[in-house]
Design a protein. Structure first.
Length: 78
């Protein structure tokens, strides 16, 4: 339970940092969450598809990847 709590706080901090700097990650999925040697979690870069968030998610749909997005974004992309 403690590890999940740290995961949640670390991801919220990462999202807040991006939002404060006018950016968004756009594809937070399990493969993008990294566990560091010092026991914290980091949000990985989206280097495999640096396109804007909606385009990135559309690419995930076309490629048949598992989807991790809000229902609002999913309905907008349908």
């Amino acid at each position: 339970m403690e590890e999940l709590t740290h995961l949640m706080y670390n991801m919220v901090e990462a999202g807040a940092y991006l939002q404060e700097n006018g950016q968004s990650h756009g594809d937070i999925r399990p493969s993008q969450i990294l566990f560091t040697k010092n026991g914290t979690f980091k949000l990985g870069d989206r280097l495999h598809d640096p396109s804007p968030s909606p385009t990135n998610q559309f690419n995930n749909i076309v490629a048949g990847r598992d989807l991790y997005m809000s229902p609002i974004l999913f309905n907008a992309l349908k």
